[in-house]
Design a protein around this ligand. Structure first.
Ligand code: SAM
Ligand code: SF4
Length: 330
């Protein structure tokens, strides 16, 4: 799986995160607190034929899993067409998506119709007023209803992610609420440690909390660390024999986080990013204009992979060229 895509540290990359837009309809405090603004001279996001050429090249490189992300991927008018197109490629065994769940209760049939294999939904808290405060939108009920509808229709692979935020959702009441939620719904839930990006230093200083507080909570409640699946990447997963569901932690500031990195990112404008916090991107777009350019595309990606560094050096405050995660596909 992904063997052709191997870096100089022996890490392989069966998994690509593909952003299809930087636009978002939420205003999460740590990401786009003032919403999305289109810059001048915007080249536009990859169109569906550029995406098709890209996915064909990635397939040739042994990529078998694609996560579609953004910005908010569902804001694209052709979002469901893009999903169906990727799913139609025989090399892509797993198509997954990360969404904020906007209008999820109205979109479940459309999601299922794409053949999507997994849906990650970002919900920072189950407390409605806090959710509104964090995202700028009072939409928690429709997201939770959407999850229920998907499950009632037999769709199992739903994961919920939350960013851990000091004095907002880092307390026992919040952790207990998630424990009950995942047990009732048999869902996997993960906290992601807040990451510093180019734009959010003040927010980061105020709200960053170590994932240790959550790990300590779950360890005292009898959750046990389980082995990670090959395509899990740097998440630590926990199970509890008395409860359904799974907890997880993504702690980018922890020692050895980068050792298990299996992620490459491609931005909505067609730049390959070797690391979320790297200092350069490689423009693939010029090789996405014609299916005949596939070999050149493949060669370029292989060459670039040799430059993937061992670590992000985020702990040194090095945020690279990422102003916020909506710009690179978090
Ligand atoms: N809009 C979609 C969503 O929110 O799920 C997809 C894109 S969003 C950039 C992907 C994930 O990145 C979300 O789970 C979000 O919470 C997370 N994220 C955004 N900024 C972050 C930051 N500074 N640190 C940690 N996670 C972040
Ligand atoms: Fe939008 Fe996702 Fe960023 Fe929130 S985290 S502002 S939903 S892109």
């Amino acid at each position: 799986m992904g063997e052709k895509l191997r870096d100089t540290f022996g890490r392989t990359f069966p998994y690509i995160r593909l952003s299809i837009t930087d636009v978002c309809n939420f205003k999460c405090g740590y990401c786009l607190p003032n919403g999305y603004f289109k810059p001048n001279n915007h080249p536009g996001f990859l169109n569906i034929s550029e995406i098709e050429n890209l996915v064909n090249g990635l397939s040739d490189l042994g990529v078998s899993k694609i996560r579609v992300t953004g910005g908010e991927p569902t804001v694209r008018k052709d979002f469901f067409d893009v999903m169906k197109l990727i799913k139609s490629k025989s090399g892509i065994k797993k198509l997954v998506v990360t969404t904020n769940g906007y209008k999820l209760n109205q979109l479940t049939d459309k999601f299922l119709d794409t053949g999507v294999d997994g849906i990650n939904i970002s919900i920072d808290t189950l407390n409605r007023s806090k959710f509104k405060e964090i995202t700028g939108h009072d939409r928690l009920p429709e997201i939770l209803e959407g999850i229920k509808i998907l499950q009632d229709k037999g769709f199992k692979n739903i994961k919920v992610n939350a960013v851990l935020l000091r004095d907002i959702n880092d307390n026992q009441e919040e952790f207990d609420a998630w424990s009950e939620f995942i047990n009732q719904n048999d869902i996997s839930f993960r906290y992601i440690e807040l990451m510093q990006t180019g734009d959010n230093l003040d927010y980061f200083k105020k709200y960053h909390q170590s994932a240790k507080v959550f790990r300590e909570y779950i360890e005292t409640k009898g959750w046990k660390n389980v082995d990670r699946a090959l395509d899990d990447g740097p998440a630590l997963n926990y199970k509890n024999e008395n409860l359904k569901g799974q907890f997880g932690v993504i702690a980018p500031y922890s020692k050895d986080f980068c050792k298990t990195c299996n992620r490459l990112r491609i931005t909505a404008k067609g730049e390959l990013r070797l690391c979320l916090f790297g200092n350069t991107g490689t423009d693939l777009r010029k090789y996405l204009q014609d299916p005949k350019q596939k070999d050149e595309l493949v060669d370029l990606i292989l060459t670039q992979l040799r430059f993937k560094k061992e670590s992000h050096y985020l702990e040194l405050g090095n945020t690279g060229i990422t102003p916020h995660l909506a710009s690179v596909g978090g």
